[in-house]
Ligand binder design. Structure first.
Ligand code: F6P
Length: 363
């Protein structure tokens, strides 16, 4: 059977454990040897105790846990060729030529570069007598399947990233809790939610919590947003509403690309309306806690499909992402997704916001 290793990289997200579990069990079921690489790329570079063979029971009782039990890291060593050389040696030593990468776009791009470099890394390992010519021949191709784990839902090529649904559950719970205290005191609350440069969490949170206003990066408000915001809040109060909720994405910006922060919004509300206003920054609570049923199933399906993709792959198979398309788990070329995700970032940087939304919508 093939040697497959699974690792989680970058920010953790709920549902990653379900994916790890599915990779291990589907791999073993199909006769592969499956390894954990602990602490992401750092573990691949360091080898030793960080790369361990998994068995059926090593993934028992993890499906319900948040985070990633095999650890994650943002690794600087892997960005250098010397680090990747060590990583390649560690994989060859164990006969691992298949990787399941669970992470965001940076982690997935890193995997693709590693794959492109693979034959030159093996060449160098032979030249320096770290591996044999036989090993070089036997392990000459590296196959990659990626799963997108992130609460941000910011990756083009999949409808939902693993963790987004659970993060929304956390956010909604917090919004509901805030509403009751806001109601009692007739207050206005500004809730800051995560998402980096993506407004998905903010927009869904706003729609599902009946917020009065939302600020997202992809759709910066008109220049007179302060007046529009105040008019809207005032109107709601005049209609008898006892509270106001404003959701602001952490990456919210105005039409010039300058940040719109919770503090700025608070000042506008207080100065113009004299409303009793508070800010709640949800922070990493959004990334913690147990995964939702949706994320557990998503992780399971994506993990199983990743192993099937690797088992069916031959030397000419391009690296893929396992994506959710409608309700189907499908394989899409890794580099297409990375390219499209980068195109969104570029459109945002160029302040071509409509284009960014259009490109994102195609995911
Ligand atoms: O990408 C996930 C995310 O939680 C973003 O929403 C947020 O901007 C970032 O990670 C926070 O990073 P860190 O955990 O390193 O503080």
């Amino acid at each position: 059977g093939k040697g497959i290793a699974v690792f989680t990289s970058g920010g953790d997200s709920q549902g990653m454990n379900a994916a790890v579990r599915a990779v291990v069990r589907m791999g073993i079921y199909l006769g592969c040897k499956v390894y954990f690489i602990k602490e992401g790329y750092q573990g691949m570079v360091d080898g030793g105790k960080y790369i361990v063979e998994a068995n059926w029971s090593s993934v028992s009782s993890i499906i319900h846990k948040g985070g990633t039990v095999i650890g994650s890291a943002r690794c600087m060593d892997f960005k250098e060729r010397a680090g990747r050389l060590k990583a390649a040696k560690n994989l060859v030593d164990r006969g691992i030529t298949n990787l399941v990468v669970i992470g965001g776009d940076g982690s997935l791009t890193g995997a693709d570069l590693f794959r492109q470099e693979w034959s030159s890394l093996l060449e160098e390992l032979v030249a320096t007598k770290k591996i044999t010519v036989d090993q070089q021949q036997k392990y000459r191709t590296l196959q990659i399947a990626g799963l997108v784990g992130s609460i941000d839902n910011d990756f083009c090529g999949t409808d939902m990233t693993i963790g987004t649904d659970s993060a929304l559950h956390r956010i909604i719970e917090a919004c509901d809790a805030i509403v009751s205290t806001a109601y009692s005191h007739q207050r206005t609350f500004i809730m800051e939610v995560m998402g980096r440069h993506c407004g998905y969490l903010a927009i869904v949170a706003a729609l599902t919590s009946e917020a009065d206003y939302v600020f997202v990066p992809e759709s910066p408000p008109p220049d007179d947003w302060q007046k529009r915001l105040c008019d809207k809040l005032e109107q709601e109060r005049q209609m008898g509403q006892r509270l106001n909720i404003i959701i602001v994405a952490e990456g919210a910006i105005d039409r010039n690309g300058d940040a719109i922060t919770a503090e700025m919004i608070k000042k506008v509300v207080v100065d113009n309306l004299q409303q009793d206003t508070r800010i709640t920054v949800l922070g990493h609570v959004q990334r913690g806690g147990n995964p939702s049923a949706f994320d557990r199933i998503l992780g399971c399906r994506m993990g199983a499909e990743a192993v099937m993709a690797l088992v069916e792959a031959d030397e000419n198979t391009e690296p893929c992402i396992i994506s959710l398309d409608g309700n189907q788990a499908v394989r899409v070329p890794l580099m297409d997704c990375v390219k499209r995700t980068k195109a969104v970032a570029q459109a945002m940087a160029d302040k071509k916001f409509e284009l960014a939304v259009e490109l994102r919508g195609k995911s």
